[in-house]
Ligand binder design. Structure first.
Ligand SMILES: Nc1ncnc2c1ncn2[C@@H]1O[C@H](COP(=O)(O)OP(=O)(O)OP(=O)(O)O)[C@@H](O)[C@H]1O
Length: 332
């Protein structure tokens, strides 16, 4: 099968990143009449980001943080209330079909016509481009040939997701927007989709994605923006963000004894920079700059109380730990 990525060209061709957003604000009129007295809803409140060609940039945040609205402004589907948005050096809100032809969008609900079969749909989409990707190669790669006799309406969520990705790739975009790309995918399809995304990235496409799955972001993203309440709260390269908390690690353990607090586990001097969370009754996560002294104290206290943990696992801090720390910090 041809390497799809070989055919992609590089992004904006200038010093500007493929996508540049500066101080973006977006207000919506409140949907319900009785809420209108409170004024418009500010969905985005000053987000700035840069997404480069040949990189995967992930936008992470809780429900309602402003991710979809930011992407809609970047794609030219919503008009910013204020701020700067430039996509491939142009204003996406005013841009015409030539800019749109260089941008691939995979929406969360697919946005695909329901009555047609996948391959005729992809051939139709390909016919709209001057130099489309090889549809047969995409179909084979994403396993779409296995369900091509079924109309889009009757496909499973994961099958529809693969067709939506193929439709977004068929125009060989310079910029590819992916909203929750692995939603509904089985592990095998997820791997295929991830490999394809990485190939397209390596061939120079700028990929901007949103996800709630920190594992996906950690595997795919080169650069991450975490947003909250319509604002940037943290940004950086994934490795840098994870090492920024020095020796930050997570200790997961199950004791079967519910309701433990930090004072039950460690002497006062060792508690300051650690966070204990009881995930389920008797199952805990201790996060922070953990080292052997902490483990020594922990195990000797358990020993003294006759507690034998049924599991104990020390892991480096991951993106999910960072995300939860940020959410907890700002809800205090
Ligand atoms: N068209 C609209 N009219 C009114 N309010 C809106 C509109 N679109 C979004 N909002 C509000 O703006 C805020 C941000 O929404 P947005 O969809 O951008 O968040 P999100 O981060 O994508 O969330 P999710 O992870 O749940 O998809 C929310 O409070 C939402 O209710």
């Amino acid at each position: 099968m041809p390497q799809l990525g070989d055919e992609y060209e590089n992004g904006s061709g200038g010093p500007e990143p493929a996508l540049l957003i500066r101080d973006l604000r977006k207000d919506f009129a409140a949907a319900r009449r009785r809420d209108r007295r409170d004024g418009p809803v500010r969905a985005v409140d000053g987000i700035s980001l840069r997404a480069e060609s040949g990189h995967v940039t992930a936008l992470l945040g809780a429900n309602g943080a402003g991710k979809t609205t930011t992407l809609a402004c970047a794609q030219g589907l919503e008009r910013p209330t204020s701020g700067l948005v430039r996509l491939l050096g142009r204003d996406p809100w005013r841009a015409g079909p030539d800019l749109r032809a260089r941008v691939g969008i995979m929406l969360q609900d697919g946005g695909l016509p329901q009555a047609v079969r996948p391959v005729p749909l992809l051939r139709h989409v390909a016919s709209m481009y001057r130099r489309p990707a090889d549809v047969d190669a995409l179909v084979e790669r994403l396993g779409i040939d296995g369900f091509d006799r079924t109309s889009i309406r009757r496909l499973s969520g994961g099958q529809r997701q693969r067709v939506a990705l193929a439709a977004a790739l068929v125009g060989r975009p310079h910029v590819l927007f992916l909203d929750e790309p692995s939603a509904g995918l089985d592990p095998q399809s997820r791997r295929v989709v991830f490999e394809l995304i990485q190939e397209v990235r390596d061939a120079g496409t700028c990929i901007v994605l949103t996800t709630h799955l920190m594992d996906d972001a950690e595997r795919l993203a080169d650069y991450v923006y975490i947003v909250e309440g319509g604002r940037n709260v943290v940004e950086g390269r994934v490795e840098e963000l994870l090492t920024a908390g020095q020796r930050a690690r997570t200790l997961r353990f199950t004791t079967g004894e519910p309701g433990l607090v930090l004072a039950d586990l460690l002497p006062e001097g060792l508690r300051a920079s650690l966070r204990l969370t009881e995930r389920q009754a008797g199952s805990y996560e201790l996060t922070g700059p953990l080292d052997i002294a902490h483990l020594d104290h922990l195990t000797s206290r358990w020993h003294g109380r006759g507690i034998t943990p049924s599991s104990l696992e020390l892991q480096p801090r991951n993106l999910e730990d960072l995300f939860l720390e940020i959410s907890e910090r700002s809800s205090r």
